[in-house]
Design a protein around this ligand. Sequence first.
Ligand SMILES: [Zn+2]
Length: 479
Amino acid sequence: MKTLITGGTVVNATGTAQADVLLDGDTIAAVLAPGSTLLGFDVAGNVDEVVDATGKYVIPGGIDAHTHMEMPFGGTFASDTFETGTRAAAHGGTTSIIDFVVQYAGENILDQYQLWHEKAAGNCAIDYGFHQILSDVQDSSLTAMDELINEGVTSFKLFMAYKGVFLSDDGQIVKAMQKGAQNGALMMMHAENGSVIDLLVQQHIARGETTPFYHGVSRPWQAEEEATHRAIMLANLTGAPLYIVHVSAKEALAQITQARDTGQNVFAETCPQYLYLSLEDQLGASSAEWGDFEGAKWVCSTPLRSKHEGHQHHMWQGLRTNDLQVISTDHCPFCMKGQKDMGLGDFSKIPNGIGSVEHRMDLIYQGVVMGEITLPRWVELTSTTPARMFGVYGKKGVIQPGADADVVIYDPNGHTSIGIGEGRTHHMNMDYSAWEGYEIDGHVDTVFSRGRKIVDDNTYLGRKGDGAYFKRGLSQYLI
Ligand SMILES: [Zn+2]
């Protein structure tokens, strides 16, 4: 199958150009001067399909480097399976995800890694890779890290929160980081002080402060800043490269900025919810159906921050200054009925997570519309840097000859209404949208995954199992 995309503006992280793009089988065969002739050869006349992208952007498919499909959490599972979640991602112009293999204390990480392959294989609409979670950092886990690197799992996530579930103590963290310093793995960190949070949660519940709003209040920015600083110091001690996930507090960002300024290999991501949503939105949320439990829709960790403290502004700023390099979603969806409602009367029982894998490209494009970031920076934050950070750049994250033909045609003059309401867009397996009523300037018109047209004009044309596992190399930001 040969496809020629004509008349569009190709947007890479390095800039924009008017160009035609030739897809041949799985890969991008050529990026051509407009007009589709090459040394007199009529390219357009020799392909199976010509797609007119006049007036539109032609971008590398989005890479969401932080998802949790069907993740077991709090007595339930994230409501998107690999099938439903990756199909929703495809609708939104994301053509790759990197999902987290979960390991709870006592479990064997290689067994878990196999289990994640079984869950994903044959079900995905788009290509996928894995990170590995390390919770109790067993000696066998350290050995397994070397094996997993050979399997293409080159990043490992630790938690400073969720005692008894995921939390690693500082000694365990150092042990894992020493291994990362040795074998080149990127160490990822959920940076919140879990002991402090557990205490505050108990105190709020004891005072009868049980509504979803108190979820955020019990996870203050100080707990994020402190843990971020500690993670940076432990990485500094061991020489391991560090990647902080879902940064939401400006004080945590300042710690990251400072570490980067001293030359330490510290990287970080933020997520759409920390750019647009606030603690006050959660406090004010109410509905006939749920009353003040409505706020459970936005319970995630790290939590939404107060809009009066300027966190959102600082997140956008960090994205411009490159102190934040990646935007992921931390896609971890739960339904209100039967899942989030386990926390009625006790916010600590609400499963933590927001579903956004479908909307990241649209939501971050609004940063271009609002003048917060440039067009190439949009592509860099959502595709190119995730590719480089996690060792797949060249194949993914760029429109260039030889790259996988993961290509999105994005119409800046189109419009997208997000939500489950009539005429709106929502394909994730959730009974609500955290983004209900968001009106987007722009529209994902057509999505190619390795040369196959899987979404066109809001219609899904792919099949489950189209997506393949990709092995990743070490982070391409490290020497
Ligand atoms: Zn996460």
